[in-house]
Design a protein around this ligand. Structure first.
Ligand code: NAD
Length: 322
């Protein structure tokens, strides 16, 4: 069955799922959005609340459903699972969320094997890999939100420091969406001007310690927000909207999403955040962006950390047969 590009599903209607649904409703990318949660009442409440905003937007069909409603959806966004508690790292969530994903993927493949899966639940790189293995979907159709959010945080904080629109800052956070991620400063530009030149001409200190300070603020952002308000959801919902827009509009946008890496940077059989071309068919190309020696080493350490976790969960992510 050819999936309907105007229909999407969100599995998990907590902070992230509900905010994503709101963001997608406002963007009007879909005519049908189905909300699925183990707590059906919560999904129904979110659907009703969203529907009451439709007179200010435009008609669309938003409803709480079950797995049979996945039929025909072109995109399935997974935000279900346990979130980080204050002080917890993303990798602390592995066991609990692999269990949740086993049952969800079993249900997905019963009703839809043609959609693109967009994984948001943490640890996102591990769960993207697990979803790929459990579902047996082709790698281009299993995408994790990767370091899209972290890159937005970097652009925002660097833009604030440099006194420019964050959209003029061009650089990436790559690697694990987590503590081993890295900033690619070596090719950073401000509207095409190499960062070092921009700093010189504007008399900004862009020495190693300043860049490290900005990077640390990015890396610790989630911990600080979770400590302050219990969860993060607005910026991740915008990040998901950005990825979804690239798919629905077949934009071929370069985004640091997580997907299966087969040979790039010497990495193999791992899902990790790397700039990739994203369009209607999902991942169209993974890019080998230039890295300096230190960045290449950090990426390989980040990948090693993920690989160690993958080795431990291998028996739990064997392909599901239905
Ligand atoms: P939440 O606890 O508010 O929501 C989780 C939802 O999942 C709940 O509504 C729960 O009922 C539902 N759920 C649990 N098990 C389920 C199952 N088996 N089937 C269907 N639904 C199920 O959590 P949240 O704050 O929305 O965070 C969700 C996930 O997103 C977490 O793992 C969090 O770490 C992650 N997250 C990722 C990023 C990123 O950049 N990738 C950013 C923020 C949060």
């Amino acid at each position: 069955m050819t999936p309907d590009i105007r229909k999407c599903a969100i599995i998990g209607c907590g902070n992230v799922g509900a905010t994503t649904a709101y963001t997608l409703m406002i963007e009007q990318l879909f005519s049908e959005i189905v909300l699925i949660d183990i707590n059906w009442k919560k999904a129904a409440g979110e659907a009703a609340d969203l529907n009451h905003g439709l007179p200010f937007i435009s008609p669309m069909n938003i409803y709480a459903g079950d797995y049979t409603d996945l039929t025909g959806a072109s995109l399935i966004i997974l935000t279900a699972g346990v979130g980080q508690k204050p002080g917890q790292s993303r990798t602390d969530l592995v066991r609990a969320n692999i269990g949740v994903f086993r049952s969800i993927i079993r249900n997905i493949i019963r009703y839809n094997t043609d959609a693109i899966l967009l994984i948001v639940t943490n640890p996102v790189d591990i769960l993207t890999y697990a979803s790929l293995k459990l579902s047996g979907f082709p790698p281009e159709r299993v995408i994790g939100s990767g370091t899209v959010l972290d890159t937005a945080r970097l652009k925002y904080l660097a833009g604030e420091y440099l006194g420019v629109d964050s959209r003029n800052v061009h650089t990436f956070i790559i690697g694990e969406h987590g503590d081993s991620e890295l900033a690619v400063w070596s090719s950073a530009t401000v509207s095409g001007i190499p960062l070092t030149d921009f700093c010189k001409l504007s008399y900004f200190d862009c020495g190693i310690s300043k860049l490290k300070e900005i990077y640390n603020s990015v890396k610790n952002a989630a911990y600080e927000i979770i400590e302050a308000k219990g969860a993060t959801y607005y910026a991740i919902a915008e990040s998901v909207k950005r990825i979804v827009t690239a798919i629905v509009r077949d934009e071929d946008t370069i985004l640091p999403v997580s997907s299966l890496i087969s040979g790039h940077y010497g990495l193999k059989d791992i899902c990790i955040g790397i700039p990739s071309v994203v369009g209607r068919s999902g991942i169209k190309r993974v890019l080998d962006i230039p890295l300096d020696t230190s960045e290449a080493e950090q990426l390989s350490e980040s990948a090693m950390k993920l690989k160690n976790i993958i080795t431990q969960i291998e028996p739990d992510i064997l392909p599901i047969r239905v």
